[in-house]
Structures are given as C-alpha cells and as structure tokens.
Design a binder for this molecule. Structure first.
Ligand SMILES: [Zn+2]
Length: 237
C-alpha cells in the first residue's frame, strides 16, 4: 500500500508544501518564536494527513516493518530547526516509546510524557508551544493498556492504597477519570484508561485558547487513542 511506503523519507510533493496557519491563532501567538523555523519542512499539510501518517507508521511498527532508524536520521537537517506535524501527550511507560510505535524519525513528533498521560501546566505550555510556534497539525493523547499510573488510581479508589512520595500526585490527577469509570460496563482499568484519555482530550480545548483557536481554524485536530501493549496497535477512541 502506498500509505505504508517510504514515510520516513519525505516525498518530493511534501518537500514543497508550504503550510499556512490559522490567522486567529497566529494573532494570539505574537512573540512565540523560540526555536521555530528552519529545519526540514513539515511532512503533513493538514490534521487529516498528520493522522494518516501516524496511522500508517503504527501499522508498519505493528506488522514488523518499521522503516526508521531514529538515531541516525536527519541529524544535520534538524540542526536548523524542527517542524513536527504531530504532538503526542503520552505515558512515561518505557514500553510506549512514541516515535517507535508510530515509526517516525526525529523531527516529526513533539512529545510530552508523564506517567498517566494527563495534562499538567508545564505539559500544556509545551503543547501550546508546538501548536503556536511550530504549527503542528495534530495532538494525540495516547494512553495504553495495563497503565501502572491509572492502575494505581483504580487501586486507590478500590481499597485506599496510597503511593509513596510524589507518586500519589499522579494518582490524584487520574483519580477523577478512574472514579468516572467505576461501575461502567466491562473492566474498570480498561475503562479508566479510556476515560482518562477522553478527559484530557477535552481538557486541551477547555484549558487552552491556543488549542481551541487552532482547532476552530481547522489547523489542528485533537484525538484520543490507546496503545495496546500486546498487539503494538494504536486504536483511536
Ligand atoms: Zn502508563
């Protein structure tokens, strides 16, 4: 399939693509220029294309046909700047390396990771930077099966199990999603993982004018998804 072929090397078509950004958002972004510009051109020209590129990359990964060599690709090109087409808010879990599961080289995905893949102020600032200054087209909130952080929140609600040190702070952040998933049909943990993703998708628009304006201008799309540790597949929620 064409979609699965050669996504690590930019096509001639995409090389020449000039990406315009929504004026509403651009207006709000005056002064945000830290590190922007330069580098290789963005590989996606729309939110739909960004989603398609990530999907095709995940299919390559899950079927054992990755094409990227992340440690060596595009080093020189990226010295001049970055134009990532997607942003991923993912979990810190070592089993969910974002570029790897989407088969993307350095420069394509702007990644924020925290155990439990929830939105923090610093994470939101990072995401807003990628939307505002780098003009990324897509935000994926990426949960995963068997997430320890979400599991800790479920355990806390089920039997009061507290975590030591700052770890309990992760539980506190995820607790509302876990509580909402209590009593849902099916497995509590699986439902909590999905609910946590959905809530953080909504929170991105609710908390960020930059995200909201870019989405309203069709310059950005926000989606939620869950990575399955057993199959390597990412399923959009
Ligand atoms: Zn996790």
């Amino acid at each position: 399939m064409n979609d699965d072929r050669g996504r690590c090397a930019r096509s001639a078509f995409l090389k020449s693509t000039v990406v315009a950004f929504g004026t509403t958002c651009a207006t709000a972004l005056t002064g945000v220029a830290w590190g922007a510009g330069g580098g290789p051109p963005m590989e996606a020209s729309s939110p739909a294309e960004a989603l398609s590129l990530l999907h095709a990359g995940n299919v390559r990964f899950a079927t054992g046909k990755p094409q990227c060599r992340p440690l060596t690709a595009r080093v020189a090109e990226l010295a001049n700047g970055q134009n990532p087409f997607a942003i991923v808010l993912g979990c810190s879990d070592s089993r969910v390396p974002v570029e790897t599961v989407f088969d993307q080289p350095p420069g394509n995905v702007f990644v924020v990771r925290v155990a439990g893949n929830f939105l923090t102020d610093a994470g939101l600032g990072s995401i807003e930077y990628a939307v505002a200054a780098l003009k990324s087209k897509l935000i994926v909130v990426l949960g995963h099966t068997s997430c320890g952080a979400v599991s800790a929140a479920v355990s806390y609600l089920r039997d009061g199990t507290r975590q030591p040190g700052h770890i309990q702070g992760l539980v506190t952040a995820i607790e509302p999603a876990a509580e909402a998933a209590r009593g849902m049909h099916g497995d509590w943990l699986e439902n909590a993982i999905a609910e946590n993703v959905k809530r953080n998708v909504r929170a991105l628009s609710e908390r960020s004018t930059i995200v909201r304006d870019a989405a309203a201008a069709d310059a950005l799309r926000v989606v939620g998804a869950v990575y399955d540790l057993r199959t390597g597949r990412v399923a959009e929620l």
